[in-house]
Design a protein. Structure first.
Length: 373
């Protein structure tokens, strides 16, 4: 059957693009439907500040009169400026289990990127390294936690079948309270606090504008040397911060800053795994989602450590151990005894060693792929 891939634009087509995702997970009990409102906001090229420095084109594949796949082609000018390369990205990939359809989608995205000077296609990025990133390649037996990706098992096969090669793996670690809080950690984190003058303070949500300036600086400086990292603009950081404040809810004490002699040197942000509630919201609409959150949030048993960063000059001193200890003990006060630390680059040796010292289990792997175009 003939396969055609169409560029789309306009509000109704974007809604079609978003809702198409439901087609691929109808019988998958581990899929968490996104909120339609959030997807629209993420893809809104007029209101999302990411698109002030980036370009994106959405495509839908059609076969025999039916929508059978989708993809976005993305050019992040800040990425290419910071890393001095010509990498374009693909994202929001969904496809039936058909290599020809996948090839048509990838070909179309590659052609769009190549026509704008790119020589490599990387992904998936939805739409950037600061959003949802990577394709699940290990750990399909459970739902993704909040703001992490999930996909059918055959997606890596389709991607590799096109010719993509691994660019980088991203790890997700599972931490359990009883495994992390050991006598050794108790002693060690106390020693680090005393030796280096480390103190922990909560983020002051009543003065969020002031705090955001500090957090923005810590975030961009802590991750600037990481592979693929792209510093967020002030607008992007503010845009993200407003959303995360709404998600964190009663877990505000799981967002804190580490200071050395009164100077901010790192921070941690944890989010309750709202996916445990939203997995029941099959429609993706807001009103039933609010009801599920009102009735189900009290039963959440895991938090995601979405950010745990220390400025480069203060690393290798055990500050991360202090932050892990604070996270786990504070979560326990909420009756939550599990956490996911994600994502961690496969070659980020300090973070991977730190996770293992916490007796964390590397239980999911996400992959970024590259192909020359």
């Amino acid at each position: 059957m003939a396969i055609t891939v169409h560029p789309i634009s306009g509000k109704s087509d974007v809604t079609r693009f978003i809702k198409l995702q439901w087609k691929f997970y109808e019988n998958d009990r581990n899929w968490v439907p996104p909120l339609l409102m959030d997807r629209r906001k993420l893809l809104n090229t007029q209101k999302n500040p990411f698109y002030k420095h980036s370009k994106m084109q959405l495509f839908i594949a059609v076969m025999d009169g039916k929508d059978v796949g989708r993809i976005a082609a993305i050019i992040n000018d800040r990425h290419n400026h910071e890393h001095a390369d010509k990498v374009g990205f693909f994202g929001f990939f969904e496809c039936i289990n058909n290599q020809d359809v996948a090839n048509a989608l990838f070909d179309t995205a590659a052609q769009w990127l190549r026509g704008r000077g790119m020589d490599t296609m990387r992904g998936p990025a939805n739409p950037s390294v600061n959003d949802e990133l990577g394709m699940l390649v290990h750990g399909f037996d459970m739902p993704a936690v909040i703001l992490m990706t999930y996909n059918p098992r055959y997606y890596p096969l389709l991607t590799e079948g096109y010719g993509f090669k691994k660019a980088k793996d991203l790890y997700a670690y599972l931490l359990r309270n009883e495994d992390v809080i050991t006598p050794k950690l108790e002693r060690g984190q106390l020693l680090v606090r005393e030796r280096y003058g480390i103190t922990i303070r909560n983020i002051d949500f009543k003065n969020l504008e002031r705090e955001t300036v500090i957090l923005k600086d810590l975030y961009n400086r802590s991750w600037e040397k990481n592979w693929g990292a792209v510093a967020m603009t002030d607008e992007e950081f503010d845009f993200l911060a407003k959303d995360l404040v709404q998600v964190i809810g009663k877990f505000k004490d799981l967002a804190f800053i580490a200071e050395r002699n009164g100077e901010p040197i790192g921070f941690t942000l944890c989010l309750p795994d709202l996916n445990q509630v939203l997995i029941k919201n099959k429609s993706g609409w807001l009103v039933p989602a609010v009801w599920h959150m009102m009735t189900g949030t009290k039963n959440i048993d895991l938090v995601r450590i979405i950010v745990l960063g220390v400025l480069p000059q203060h690393r290798n001193k055990g500050v991360d151990a202090v932050m892990y200890y604070e996270t786990v003990t504070r979560a326990a006060q909420h009756g939550v005894f599990k956490g996911e630390a994600s994502w961690v680059l496969e070659d980020n040796d300090p973070m991977n060693k730190g996770a293992k010292l916490m007796n964390a289990e590397q239980y999911k792997t996400y992959r970024l792929y590259d192909v020359s175009i």
